[in-house]
Design a protein around this ligand. Structure first.
Ligand code: HEM
Length: 155
């Protein structure tokens, strides 16, 4: 019960993570395209997206401790070639997502400390783009060859 609810939250939170990162990037690239001051909206979008990414990290970490897939992976260590989805969730998903959230966090705090608007937008664009690409790579999309999960998990 706790497992299925956590999985459901983790599954839907992915969309909030993606939408919030896209909003940050749209605003940052628009500001780079047509130079302008760094606005409170840029700051707000950046902080909110970083917060959502941290929340997903927490939910994912908890899920990692209760997931039967992870328990099976660490108990039997099934080979990657025979059953890729165990290594995917046991190692790949975890490390790529962790790296992505760390990059987003570093980018966000760097941008906060900078004083030049163009520099702030550039820092945000670079770190958040790499973070988003890593996340897109590590989500178990329905078409993923390693581990596929539904677009929207049924309730
Ligand atoms: C931004 C970061 C993350 C995103 C967008 C994300 C997204 C997802 C998605 C879409 C699923 C499939 C859910 C489903 O079956 O419907 C999933 C599964 C999973 N995630 Fe994440 N995740 C993130 C970070 C993490 C982290 C950091 C961990 C671990 C520390 C983690 C652990 C897991 C585990 C263990 C599963 C599989 C659970 C199971 O089926 O038993 N995730 N994740």
């Amino acid at each position: 019960m706790v497992y299925s609810i956590t999985l459901l939250i983790h599954s839907y939170l992915r969309w909030l993570v993606l939408v919030s990162l896209l909003a940050v990037l749209a605003s940052a690239y628009a500001g780079l395209w047509r130079p302008r001051p760094y606005r409170p909206t840029d700051q707000l979008l950046r902080v909110v997206a970083t917060f959502i990414a941290h929340t997903q990290l927490l939910v994912g970490t908890y899920l990692y401790t209760i997931s039967p897939i992870i328990r099976y992976y660490w108990q039997y260590r099934p080979s990657f070639s025979k059953a890729p989805q165990f290594s995917f969730f046991g190692l790949i998903h975890l490390s790529l997502m962790l790296t992505a959230v760390i990059l987003i966090t570093i980018g966000s705090s760097k941008a906060k400390r900078q004083t030049d608007a163009q520099q702030q937008l550039k820092t945000t664009a670079i770190y958040f783009t790499i973070g988003l690409l890593l996340i897109l790579l590590a989500v178990p999309w329905p078409f993923s060859p390693l581990a596929n999960r539904p677009w929207f998990r049924p309730f």
